[in-house]
Ligand binder design. Structure first.
Ligand SMILES: *[C@@H]1O[C@H](CO)[C@@H](O)[C@H](O)[C@H]1NC(C)=O
Ligand SMILES: *[C@@H]1O[C@H](CO)[C@@H](O)[C@H](O)[C@H]1NC(C)=O
Ligand SMILES: *[C@@H]1O[C@H](CO)[C@@H](O)[C@H](O)[C@H]1NC(C)=O
Ligand SMILES: *[C@@H]1O[C@H](CO)[C@@H](O)[C@H](O)[C@H]1NC(C)=O
Ligand SMILES: *[C@@H]1O[C@H](CO)[C@@H](O)[C@H](O)[C@H]1NC(C)=O
Length: 382
């Protein structure tokens, strides 16, 4: 009895100290973005990333590597390109911004290069002609504002770094870019997104910070935050740190090579991307849900075909190979899965334009004409 009483006292004091301690320990500040996003500045060590079974209790936060290429000396001029921080909002040192989400979906509608073409994923992408061991890539891409037809569809521009294979079910992929995806974000703004999988998009696949894996270090970049309409291009770099092997993500709001390190995919979470990537790809992807057997009107890129000056583009493509320095690509090849709708065109050894379809308007016009002719003939017959 007495031992029961003393243990309940212990419990009582534990609970008391917990309630007293929690508000002090969490130190969460909240930022309300003008676009309606609610952002919690979360203690860097309390972020979801660390709770991945392969990181939990083992992984030590890596400081930004001293030799990380193209790193901004300070954050002036490389932040403020997203909607939430245009007025200078940021999370204090030691905390990172996390967008509050209604659903905690971790990517049931994942993207995958060359995959699931039958399910309506369509691509217009560039890749290297020759297989190489790739340790990083950098690209400057225009930010598109494509129209997305249905909530279950998306449109994006991104990088893929891939190793492993679909056949063996061990495809590992690291992905980053911009994406319009109403089903995931509840709006039609282009947002910065990241993604990874290590089992060919089966169970271990993850968007943004919605499940454990990626470790963010920056208080100044909001993953899955909207890109402001004034931001025309973003530069994205992914670089494998040779010392610890983590894949570092850096992003900047222009074509300068001064970028802000955002965080990293730890090497521990991968099975095939542990040393290098076998493949790198850049380009656009959409989902065509083919409702009632009709091809979607969802646009890729900016909605213009490469022949237009308003087409979406990617340029200054660089890769890291053996010597681990960034160097321009020399053997780009391009291809599209459904060129009647979306196409891609090389514009130099290091750049291309892509997108489409610009067909919806034309079809409507044609239907109108057919209808007019029909009415007119009918009128003549009478
Ligand atoms: C920016 O605006 C948000 C609300 O729109 C406000 O909460 C925040 O304090 C502002 N930040 C700065 C640095 O002015
Ligand atoms: C994603 O969600 C599914 C289903 O809820 C779960 O089985 C899977 O483990 C999750 N993936 C990650 C990487 O958390
Ligand atoms: C779209 O639907 C039509 C009719 O159901 C079908 O013939 C066609 O193969 C479908 N296309 C795709 C890409 O699913
Ligand atoms: C493009 O790459 C080829 C090698 O594939 C090279 O011969 C050519 O000089 C390059 N062009 C430019 C403009 O750098
Ligand atoms: C790709 O490789 C093939 C075969 O080696 C070659 O014929 C072709 O010219 C190459 N294309 C480019 C764009 O380098």
């Amino acid at each position: 009895m007495s031992s029961f009483r003393s243990s309940s006292w212990v419990l009582f004091f534990c609970l008391l100290s917990l309630t007293l301690f929690v508000p002090v320990g969490s130190l969460t500040t909240t930022i309300n973005s003008p676009d309606g996003d609610v952002i919690d500045c979360t203690d860097i060590l309390a972020q979801p990333g660390f709770s991945h079974p392969l990181l939990k209790d083992h992984h030590k936060l890596q400081e930004i590597p001293k030799n990380l290429p193209n790193t901004a000396k300070n954050e002036d001029g490389v932040s403020g390109w997203q909607v939430w921080n245009r007025n200078g909002s940021k999370c204090l040192e030691g905390t990172i911004p996390i967008r509050r989400t209604v659903s905690q979906e971790n990517g049931t509608t994942s993207s995958g290069a060359g995959a699931e073409v039958t399910e309506g994923y369509e691509y217009a992408i560039a890749h290297l002609n020759r297989t190489r061991e790739v340790y990083g890539t950098k690209v400057t891409m225009s930010v598109g504002h494509p129209k997305v037809d249905r909530v279950g569809e998306f449109s994006l521009g991104q990088i893929w770094l891939v190793s492993g294979s679909y056949e063996k079910g061990d495809l590992n992929s690291i992905e980053a870019g911009w994406q319009v995806f109403p089903g995931l974000y509840s709006d039609y703004q282009p947002r910065l997104f990241i993604f990874w999988t290590r089992d060919a998009y089966t169970l271990e696949r993850c968007y943004n910070l919605r499940c454990p894996g990626f470790i963010q270090t920056s208080g100044n970049v909001l993953i899955e935050g909207a890109i402001s309409p004034q931001t025309e291009v973003i530069t994205i770099q992914i670089w494998k740190d040779p010392s610890l092997g983590h894949w570092w993500l850096s992003v900047g709001p222009s074509s300068d090579t001064v970028l802000l390190p955002v965080g990293y995919w730890p090497t521990e979470i991968f099975t095939c991307l542990t040393d290098h990537a076998d493949k790198v790809e850049w380009g656009g992807e959409i989902v065509n849900r083919n409702v009632s057997g009709r091809h979607t009107t969802t646009q890729m890129g900016s909605g213009y075909r490469p022949s237009s000056t308003r087409a979406a583009y990617m340029r200054d493509l660089e890769i890291v190979i053996n010597n681990r320095d960034f160097q321009p690509t020399v053997d780009l090849v391009v291809g599209a899965t459904d060129p009647t709708y979306y196409t891609i065109q090389k514009t130099s050894n290091t750049s291309f334009s892509y997108g489409g379809p610009e067909h919806a308007g034309a079809i409507h016009l044609r239907l109108d004409l057919v209808f007019l002719c029909f009415c007119f003939s009918f009128f003549l017959l009478l």
